[in-house]
Write a protein that binds this ligand. Structure first.
Ligand code: UD1
Length: 417
């Protein structure tokens, strides 16, 4: 068990460079399996979730290795007839994104029901509904998803909820399906657009990604792309932005696409945080006169659920009452009990958290319950006076590359045991 120890109470100052997007990378690595030619992916973060997916692809016969500090070489196998290794697939929710690519390219997929962060029920009914409508036969067998299809057919699919994963799986499956696929009420996250750009670069015919209607015309094979660079991670960027505000610091967050950060920037500005937006950077400066705000998590372009826990820490430091309504994942308030150990005053009623700002947080022993809860506890530790010890810090390394080094470069006193 790894522990991160933070001595807080210092304002963060300086510059931090953001790595590639975890969630875009995971989807794009799965999509690379549809290709007939090897591909080099650039701007991939070296974090444990990526390494887990590398292990899964490798065990299924693909060749996958780091070819540079942030580039991955992936050569898809000629055929796949083995199951995605259970121990690895269970660790990673995104292993479910192998379903669409494997079905469309190889006609067969067997994947252990995926795990990942414990942030809610996370069913896969929308994935199954979409793929079944395209002609896939899907069964659950001894904790595994087993899916078969001789040839997928295009279909009109309406998603009851704009699920990111379901949209991605159906987009990927539709690339080699016969005829046209329409995905209505599709997710609009930047990672969806990045995946569509990658699929189109490989030769797919897809339009409308980033809107709620995605149209795909199936083609015979994908082979046109041998190199692709993924977008920067808006959640990693957001985490450093909120850390800067929570510690009343002044931080320039570099290598970002500011448009992707708009929902967060709007809320920070509403809280009276000074945010200066450049072409590929944002500078976040916070003084003492911050104001409480109310937040509702929503699918993009709403406020991201993945930034909610970190924001809760900032709101805990602002005098007055703020509220957060969590509309995406039901277990995302597990961090509340941990934040209370540091002196935060938060009351949860169903999907609503009511946060009363306190004068100061005090260091304590806490445990990360999921990736973003871990990030929130790190920020809380940076704010709190004295020492904070964060147990289960493996969660943090699932999503944040060089997190200790980056915070140290901003003046934080942080170490790993
Ligand atoms: C992705 C992100 C995750 C982010 C989330 C929402 C990856 C690897 N992970 O997760 O970081 O927090 O989007 O932005 O990209 N749902 C169903 N049935 C389904 C699928 C989803 O009911 O078949 C529900 C889920 O339980 C949840 C909501 O839809 O309540 C959103 O889930 P979804 O958008 O699918 O999230 P993920 O793709 O799992």
């Amino acid at each position: 068990m790894k522990e991160i120890v933070v001595n807080g109470g210092k304002a963060l100052k300086g510059q931090v460079r953001i790595h590639g997007a975890k969630n875009a990378s995971l989807a794009i690595m799965c999509a690379a399996l549809i290709s007939d030619v090897p591909i080099t992916l650039e701007n991939i973060p070296n974090i444990s979730d990526i390494n887990t997916l590398m292990n899964i692809i490798g065990a299924m016969g693909g060749e996958v290795r780091w070819s540079g500090s942030d580039s991955l070489y992936i050569a898809p196998p000629d055929k796949i007839n083995v199951e995605a290794p259970r121990d690895q697939a269970k660790k990673l929710r995104a292993s479910n994104l192998l379903l669409g690519p494997l079905l469309t390219k190889y006609g067969y997929a067997k994947i252990a029901l995926p795990g990942g962060c414990n942030i809610g029920v996370r069913p896969m009914d929308l994935h199954f509904k979409g793929l079944s409508k395209m002609g896939a036969k899907i069964k659950l067998e001894k904790g595994c998803i087993v899916a078969k299809a001789d040839k997928l057919r295009g279909a009109s699919i309406y998603l009851d909820f704009p699920s990111v994963g379901a949209t991605e799986n159906i987009m990927m499956a539709a690339c080699l399906a016969e005829g046209q696929t329409f995905i209505e009420n599709a997710a609009k996250e930047p990672e969806i657009v990045d995946l569509a750009n990658f699929l189109n670069a490989m030769g797919a015919k897809m339009r409308g990604a980033g809107t709620d209607l995605i149209k795909v015309v199936g083609v015979n094979s994908l082979y046109r792309c041998d190199r692709y660079t993924v977008i920067p991670d808006r959640i990693e960027a957001g985490t450093y932005m909120v850390a800067a505000a929570a510690t009343r610091g002044d931080v320039v967050v570099q290598n970002v696409i500011p448009k992707h950060l708009e929902p967060l920037i709007a809320k920070l500005k509403e809280a009276n945080v000074d945010v200066i937006v450049g072409e590929d950077y944002v500078r976040v400066k916070a003084g003492k006169d911050l104001k409480p705000v109310d937040i509702k998590t929503m699918p993009y372009p709403g406020f991201p659920t993945d930034m909610q826990s970190q924001m809760m820490v900032l709101l805990s430091t602002i005098p007055g009452i703020s509220t957060i309504v969590e509309n995406i994942f039901e277990n995302r308030f597990q961090v509340v009990d941990e934040l209370k150990r540091l002196g935060a005053k938060i009351k949860v009623e169903g999907r609503i958290a009511i946060i009363e700002g306190v004068e100061e947080l005090q260091g304590a022993e806490v445990r990360a319950t999921d990736l973003r809860a871990g990030a929130a506890l790190l920020i809380a530790g940076l704010v709190a006076n004295g020492e904070t010890r964060i147990g289960n810090s493996e969660y943090i390394y699932r999503g944040y590359q060089d997190v200790q080094e980056k915070f140290m470069a901003l003046g934080a006193d942080i170490r790993q045991i």
